[in-house]
Write a protein that binds this ligand. Structure first.
Ligand SMILES: Nc1nc2c(ncn2[C@@H]2O[C@H](COP(=O)(O)OP(=O)(O)OP(=O)(O)O)[C@@H](O)[C@H]2O)c(=O)[nH]1
Ligand SMILES: [Mg+2]
Length: 321
């Protein structure tokens, strides 16, 4: 076994940090390390926290860490910001007290930006989760800014998803993106010290009642994270949802789905890489591009000709026969 993996499994923080850097930089050694780690993963419970920029996600995480530590849990935090080029340990703690937690050896905090993550941010996030899982964290909190498809993808890796909203001043919650509504297991109306809290809460509840699908009904929890208010209810809701997920068998199902997605992603990734590596070696891509640009060729025929030349599919068929 690789020394770094041994160190990580023995609880060495620096090993965990280095391992995540390998993941982020897509270093060659990464795949070997992840392979060795994999048998040690699958134990952590994953909680996604998403919401608009500035809605109070980090302050909520900060409060939740306290509740979870009181219950003796070990926690990993990954703050994913698709809009930030920064990564490492710094940005998350800038604004808030999370730095205090960073000194607690039962808590591991890491931010991930777009820099370096060549394989895609959702991919490197997933791998960082595996690292912290193998590292022995009971719970992994994943904070993502709600800006687009990327955070919806990242949220798909969570067992429980918390959507953080703020009182919708003049706006109606109807303007909330549909995709976000559907991924929520728990709604938080943070900044409940601000006007409009009751109306926003009612509007969400009305929307949820209209859906009436049976199964889990997302609770709507009001919090004031800067005053540590409502956090105990949020923690209770999180625990209730976890129990629901376990007892209904939903957890098992979504985890199987996730593994399936990982497998297909991996196949597509390897296939794509191997195709483009061969293309680089064997085909004058620039010339082909020029031909298409001059309308001497269409991109559809060019693509299939390209694959024909590479012989990828024929080779496989030949091997089978
Ligand atoms: N009034 C009020 N302000 C809050 C509350 N929670 C957070 N804030 C403030 O809102 C701002 C953003 O808080 P963060 O916790 O950094 O929000 P975030 O969602 O993590 O922000 P990004 O990571 O930048 O998207 C800070 O200035 C907080 O002090 C709250 O309950 N009430
Ligand atoms: Mg934040």
């Amino acid at each position: 076994m690789h020394q770094l993996v041994t160190d990580l499994l023995n609880g060495n923080r620096r090993a965990a940090a280095r391992m995540i850097s390998h993941v982020e930089n897509d270093d060659l050694i990464k795949r070997e390390l992840l392979k060795e780690l994999y048998p040690h993963t699958g134990k952590a419970y994953l909680i996604g926290i998403t919401g608009a920029p500035g809605s109070g996600k980090s302050s909520l995480v900060d409060c939740l860490l306290q509740e979870m530590r009181n219950d003796g849990l070990k926690i990993g935090v990954i703050a994913v910001d698709p809009t930030s080029p920064f990564s490492g340990g710094a940005i998350l703690g800038d604004r808030i007290r999370m730095q205090d937690h960073a000194l607690d050896h039962n808590i591991f905090i890491r931010s991930m930006g777009t820099r370096g993550s060549l394989g895609g941010l959702s991919r490197s996030t997933r791998e960082a989760i595996q690292v912290l899982d193998a590292f022995g964290k009971d719970i992994i909190l994943i904070e993502t800014v709600g800006v687009g498809q990327s955070e919806v993808d990242i949220v798909k890796t969570a067992d429980t998803t918390v959507v953080v909203l703020t009182p919708a001043g003049g706006d109606s919650v109807q303007t909330i993106k549909a995709g976000i509504m559907e991924i929520a297991d728990i709604f938080v109306i943070n900044k409940a010290d601000l006007p409009g809290t009751e109306r926003t809460t009612t509007e969400i509840n009305v929307m949820l009642d209209m859906k009436k699908e049976g199964g889990w009904r997302p609770p709507v929890v009001q919090t004031v994270s800067v005053q540590n208010k409502g956090i105990n209810y949020l923690w209770e809701s999180l625990q209730e949802h976890r129990i629901y997920m376990q007892e209904s068998g939903t957890l098992e199902n979504i985890r199987l789905e996730r593994v399936k997605r990982e497998l297909t992603d991996q196949v597509e990734f390897l296939l794509k890489n191997s195709v483009w590596n061969q293309v680089k070696e064997e085909i004058k891509l620039d010339r082909l591009v020029e031909e298409i640009a001059r309308r001497e060729k269409d991109p559809y025929s060019a693509a299939s000709e390209l694959l024909d030349k590479l012989n990828i599919f024929e080779q496989k068929a030949g091997e089978d026969g």
